[in-house]
Design a protein around this ligand. Structure first.
Ligand code: SF4
Length: 216
């Protein structure tokens, strides 16, 4: 095998071996957490939250925090929120904390990044405003932990989400529960649960830019 190829293969192997395993880290933290400690879970929608709630509900006392200023319009926002509430009514897996709908916060945070591809710099800012608001609400309401459902999607960057969570933990003094909910067939499980509960599953991520991309 040519030397360059050997070097490349070893490099890829090394990167893979050194990649943090956020799912493993979540399980370790869950072992350390006291039974019934309070966790504020940022949720983007009912279907994504289903798998995350299933994984967390037996360890934590969970409250869903539905803060999503990225969503295209009020009607879509309310539709997703309604499905989130229905899932919670049907399962009893968590409480719900009301939040406001502030699309202006999303547009201000992502200004200049409108043409970014999905998964790019615009999404990083979109994650950041939602996680920051969750961390602030967790602190204000005396939660021990905070977390987000976003990593259940194969389109979301778990490394970015955990990097942001770590940063907010330091800033707000509430513990971030590292996670990568898509692991162990997590995404597939969210699809199954959404089917079981007949939840509405949107066909675009949330913002107007992701809607346009889908339509194209
Ligand atoms: S594609 Fe999704 S994560 Fe990215 S900016 Fe739009 S709503 Fe946010």
């Amino acid at each position: 095998m040519p030397r360059r190829l050997v070097f490349f293969v070893l490099l890829c192997y090394n990167i893979r071996m050194n990649k943090p395993d956020y799912n493993k880290k979540m399980k370790e933290l869950m072992q350390q957490a006291g039974q019934g400690e309070r966790l504020l879970l940022h949720s983007c929608c009912g279907p994504c939250s289903s798998r995350c709630l299933e994984a967390l509900k037996d360890r934590f006392s969970v409250t869903v925090f539905y803060y999503n200023p990225n969503i295209t319009d009020r009607a879509e926002y309310e539709k997703r929120k309604g499905e989130q509430l229905r899932l919670l009514r049907e399962t009893g897996w968590a409480d719900f904390m009301e939040c406001d709908y502030t699309p202006e916060a999303f547009f201000a945070a992502t200004k200049g990044l409108e043409n970014e591809r999905e998964g790019g710099a615009r999404c990083y800012r979109c994650y950041a405003i939602r996680l920051e608001r969750t961390a602030a609400a967790a602190r204000a309401n005396g939660y021990e932990w905070f977390c987000s459902t976003l990593s259940v999607s194969p389109h979301k960057n778990a490394a970015w989400l955990n990097e942001l969570g770590e940063k907010m933990e330091k800033q707000y003094g509430v513990r971030w529960l590292y996670n990568d909910f898509k692991k162990e067939n997590g995404y597939l499980r969210s699809v199954q649960l959404a089917e079981e509960h007949k939840l509405y599953r949107q066909n675009y991520c949330g913002c107007i830019f992701s809607d346009w991309t889908k339509q194209k």
